[in-house]
Design a protein around this ligand. Structure first.
Ligand SMILES: *[C@@H]1O[C@H](CO)[C@@H](O)[C@H](O)[C@H]1NC(C)=O
Ligand SMILES: *[C@@H]1O[C@H](CO)[C@@H](O)[C@H](O)[C@H]1NC(C)=O
Ligand SMILES: *[C@@H]1O[C@H](CO)[C@@H](O)[C@H](O)[C@H]1NC(C)=O
Ligand SMILES: *[C@@H]1O[C@H](CO)[C@@H](O)[C@H](O)[C@H]1NC(C)=O
Length: 202
């Protein structure tokens, strides 16, 4: 008398083999995708280039003179560059600071190349000078208008060529642009400067 076992049709186990294979492929693909995603996420968390933070901590203007649409001024700027990353250093191979007023660049200066280590705050003091800069009439009018209110409203821009250092590896060059706006300087020295936070784009 045959046992129930020998009479049994193929077990549910073998019947479901093709779906199992498909599931196995799907799970493998999913795990692979998750691993790739994790790798990208970890790399992003480690490098995270956009987490460089900039602000203009102080700004003053000296020798300000606007006559016949020609500008003389020297801008004293204190920039704060914060690299909060734990494992990433930054090589600044070029570092240009520009002062813009109403879409016209009025002053420019270069900072010598430097390296910023991880978790470092570097203070950069620059004094770009506008010497006999001819202004567009509209720009001169804007400055005169602001000046009656006792202020000069400007924009500080940084353009830098940077490389990241992760461990011993260095990345390719990236262009970093920093935009600090509006930087409002009170011509009356008694009014304290209000720190301006910048947009950083890499
Ligand atoms: C501004 O410059 C003009 C021309 O150089 C000069 O005559 C004038 O005295 C200057 N004004 C101030 C406040 O320095
Ligand atoms: C700006 O400074 C130059 C000399 O550096 C002078 O010749 C010119 O008159 C000045 N212009 C103004 C508007 O002060
Ligand atoms: C402006 O900056 C320069 C150099 O950064 C400094 O020597 C000068 O004393 C500053 N001027 C004022 C009035 O703070
Ligand atoms: C940041 O780096 C600069 C230049 O290497 C150094 O002078 C400064 O002391 C560092 N600051 C901090 C907070 O580590």
């Amino acid at each position: 008398m045959p046992s129930p076992r020998t009479r049994s049709t193929p077990s549910p186990y073998s019947r479901t083999r093709p779906p199992n294979l498909l599931r196995w492929i799907a799970i493998t693909a999913l795990v692979f995708l998750i691993l790739v995603g994790l790798a990208i996420l970890i790399f992003w968390l480690v490098v995270r280039p956009s987490s460089l933070r900039y602000s203009v901590d102080d700004a003053s203007i000296h020798g300000f003179n606007l006559t016949a649409n020609e500008l003389n001024a020297s801008f004293n700027l204190t920039l704060r560059a914060d690299n909060p990353n734990h494992r990433v250093g930054v090589y600044y191979d070029t570092f240009d600071v520009e002062v813009w007023i109403s879409d016209q660049r009025v002053a420019f200066t270069e900072v010598a190349p430097f390296y910023q280590g991880h978790r470092n705050v570097t203070t950069i003091e620059v004094d770009p000078i506008a010497r006999s800069v001819p202004l567009l009439t509209s720009v001169a009018d804007n400055i005169k208008h602001d000046r009656t209110a006792g202020v000069v409203e400007m924009e500080v821009r940084v353009r830098a060529s940077i490389r990241f250092k992760v461990g011993l590896a260095k990345t390719k060059h990236y262009t970093m642009t920093v935009d600090c706006s509006p930087v409002v300087v009170h011509l009356a020295q008694s009014t304290r400067f209000a720190k301006t936070y910048c947009d950083v784009d890499i």
